[in-house]
Design a protein around this ligand. Structure first.
Ligand SMILES: Cc1ncc(COP(=O)(O)O)c(C=O)c1O
Length: 424
């Protein structure tokens, strides 16, 4: 579980890894320090009290006191009598990209011991990866394929997989494209990173939903983009907050299941976004990372289906199958194909041809649909168990974003600052 605090306009996400070599005090200290330096916590912003932070993280108060003391000693925080801890003034240091590696990333990458239930967001149920079938298909791909598959291939990815995706995306997500508009990427991350390099410029900005995770924000920042946060409510982005004067390089949204708050963007706002993009002559980048898992009602069709000229659609197999495959894809308006493929070629050529072929067979032979159906049942069961227990253990919790995806958000009464983010 990752406790998240709402502080002012931003979300402060602190995750604690008990098994980690770093002490708990250092984990709290480093995460707050990094948020201050990255300006996620703004000058003069108030932090939760040490008691409140300790209670939420389930750690001893001595730890939070020690972490705050160190931050005060180093000048990051100031304590005001009877008011609490505040971010100090004069911390507008522009961080170098290398310094921005966030402390939350190391927690993500760290492996858990066997007997720990993994509530961290981001990973699918890894105990259900279809090992046997994948192994069988890998063997047959290796044995049956021509020698050419072991050489360099197209930066677009293999034709068979792109062909499969055209049908799959139209049927399941209402995405309208042909295979010449699809590039297989190394996850959604690479797609977003190349898009940012192509579209952003030093005198413009990327309009990004707020809140969004550090992971996402850092993709744009690491490509040199300036970020402008656009507020989100429980349904998703609020288009009225988009600037009518300054055109963004692009607008990044997660309309099917906003991350982290879990909202599904209503059609009226989708239309507003598209009208905005047309008026401002900019692209919308739609991240559709987990909409296969819709539990209530039908999945909402993609934004791209409403406007294939202004919307760039990004998808991934990280949540449905496994992030270790590093297979995602992007559906591009035709005019961006050449520059995207050019950039891709010089970054890492293309995704693994072997893995792409295995995945294609996995889809063609019906295993993919079966796997999604199976996983949906598993996540639905886990979600029910989690929601039941949250309702039993807490007083009138407000649960958001449980209709779809692999995480939910809980807001606790009386602790309006606190939101709990869980994977199920
Ligand atoms: C909002 C969002 N989109 C997409 C992804 C998937 O990234 P990738 O496909 O690179 O694994 C993630 C990963 O956690 C995510 O949080």
């Amino acid at each position: 579980m990752v406790p998240v605090y709402r502080l002012g306009d931003s979300l402060m996400l602190i995750s604690i890894e008990r098994e980690h070599d770093t002490t708990l005090t250092k984990q709290v200290y480093e995460q707050i320090r990094s948020k201050i330096l990255q300006k996620e916590l703004k000058e003069c912003e108030r932090l939760p009290s040490t008691r409140e932070l300790a209670r939420t993280l389930g750690i001893s108060r001595n730890i939070t006191i020690e972490a705050y003391d160190q931050l005060v000693a180093e000048g990051y925080l100031v304590m005001k009598p009877r008011s609490g801890a505040f971010v100090a003034r004069g911390l507008s240091l522009q961080m170098k990209q290398d310094d921005k590696s966030t402390s939350s990333t190391y927690v993500q990458a760290n492996l858990l011991s066997q007997d720990t239930i993994d509530f961290r967001t981001g990973n699918p149920a890894m105990d259900h990866f279809p090992r046997k079938i994948w192994g069988k298909l890998a063997k047959s791909v290796c044995e049956d394929s021509p020698n050419s598959i072991f050489g360099y291939s197209s930066p677009k990815g293999i034709e068979e997989l792109r062909h499969c995706l055209v049908d799959y995306l139209l049927k399941n997500r209402g995405v309208r494209c042909n295979k010449e508009q699809i590039v297989i990427t190394s996850g959604a991350t690479q797609a977003l990173s190349i898009i940012t390099s192509l579209l952003s410029s030093p005198n413009s900005y990327v309009a990004v939903e707020d809140p969004v995770t550090d992971e996402m924000r850092n993709i744009f920042i690491s490509c040199g983009a300036l970020i402008k946060p656009i507020p989100v409510d429980e349904f998703g982005i609020l288009p009225d907050y988009l600037s009518q004067k300054e055109k963004p390089s692009f607008l990044f949204v997660i309309p099917s299941h906003q991350f982290p708050l879990g909202g599904t963007l209503p059609i009226q706002r989708r239309i507003q976004l598209i009208e905005y993009a047309r008026r401002m002559n900019c692209y919308i980048v739609e991240d559709d990372y987990d909409s296969e898992f819709t539990y209530e009602g039908n999945p909402v069709h993609s934004l791209q289906g409403l406007d294939s000229k202004n919307v760039i659609y990004v998808g991934t197999f990280s949540k449905i199958l496994s992030p270790s495959l590093r297979i995602g894809y992007v559906v591009l308006p035709t005019e961006l194909m050449d520059s995207f493929c050019h950039d891709r070629w010089f970054k890492d050529r293309h995704s693994s041809t072997l893995e792409q072929l295995i995945l294609t067979r996995f889809i063609d032979e019906g295993y993919f649909d079966r796997h999604v159906r199976k996983m949906k049942k598993i996540y639905q069961k886990r979600r029910r168990a989690l929601v039941d227990q949250i309702n039993v253990c807490f007083n009138s919790p407000k649960i958001l974003g449980q209709a779809a995806g692999m995480h939910l958000v809980v807001e606790f009464k009386g602790l309006s600052l606190l939101i709990l983010l869980c994977i199920f």
